[in-house]
Design a protein around this ligand. Sequence first.
Ligand code: SF4
Length: 337
Amino acid sequence: MAEEGKFKVSIDGISVEVAPGTTILNAARQIGGDIVPPAMCYYSKLEGSGGKCRTCLVKVSKGSEKDPRPMPKLVASCRTTVMDGMEVENITSPEVLEARKSVVEFLLINHPLDCPVCDQAGECKLQDLSYEHGTGHTEFEFAKRTFERIDKGDKIQLHMNRCILCYRCVYVANQLTDSREHGVIGRGIHSEISTYIEKALHNDFIGNVIDVCPVGALTDRTFRFKNRVWFTKPVDAHRDCPTCSGKVTLWYKGDEVLRVTGRKDEFGEVEEFICNTCRFDTKQTTDWTLEAPTPVDDRSVIAANHYYQFNPPAVIHTDKKLQEANEEQLARTERLK
Ligand code: SF4
C-alpha cells in the first residue's frame, strides 16, 4: 500500500512512491541508475519541455491498480503521469529497446556523423545515445539536409546541420531572457532554428542555450576548437555574482581557463543557470573561488586520465583465486597513489 497522498509505481520491478502528477521519467529519476530513460528534449528546469524526441518511450504493462489494462502503445515517459499501482518496463522490455534503436536512427537521419571534428564530442547526448542504443546502420538513403554555419553574435555559433529540434534553446530564450529573438521556423523537414532576419542573440543568460543544447548545434565561440573536452580538467568554482548564483564549472587546460559552464547534475542538466558575465567575461582563476574537482561519470570520456582515490571493496573473498585478484587490485591502487 502506498503512503497516503502518494502513488506507488514499479519501474523495471523497482518500486517507488511519488506524488500524484509525477511523470514516469521523474519517478524513474527518483530511483536512479540504468532504469532512468534517456531524454534528449525534456529538461526539468524548462517549463513545457519534453514530448518531442521520443527517446524516453517506455511500456506501461499495467495501467493502475483500478484499471490494470496495459497501455496499447509505448508512451513518452516525460509526458505520462503515474497512476497508483502502475507497472512500467524500460530496459527490461525488448520492445522498448527495439523502438529506441529506431528513434536513434530517426534522430540521425539529418544529423552529420562529424563527431571527430565536433566541439560537443565527448559530452554529446546524441553520441552517448547512439553508443548505447544505436544500430550502426541506417535505412535512410537520401542526402542529409545541410546549412551554412551562422554566428549568432560574437559568443554563440549555430550549426543547424546538427540540430535535432528539441526546442530546449527556445525555452531558455523564452523563460530566462528579456526578449526571445529566435525560434523554430518552417514545418516538417523544413523546420530550422533561426533568429529573425539573422539577429544576434545577445540577451543576458542566453549563453545557457549552449549548455542545454544536447548536441553540437549551439556552441561557445570563445571555446570552439580550443581543445578536446577530455584533455581539460573540470573544477567547481564560485564567485559573488550580482546577476546569477555564480556557481560554475571551470574547464582548465594547465593553468588556463578555457571555458566556463553551468554545473550539471547526474542527468546532464544544468543545476543553476548562469549569466553571460560569468560564462564569457570572467576567465581568470583570480575571478573565482575554487572548490574541488568536478565529479565526472566514470563512463564519460572526460574521466579519461583523471585519477581519483580508489576504494577497494570491503568484502575479502575466501576463494583463493579471487583473493589473489583482490591483492593484485590493492597493489595496483598503491602504485597509483
Ligand atoms: Fe535543441 Fe540545440 Fe536544436 Fe536548440 S539548437 S533545438 S537546443 S538541438
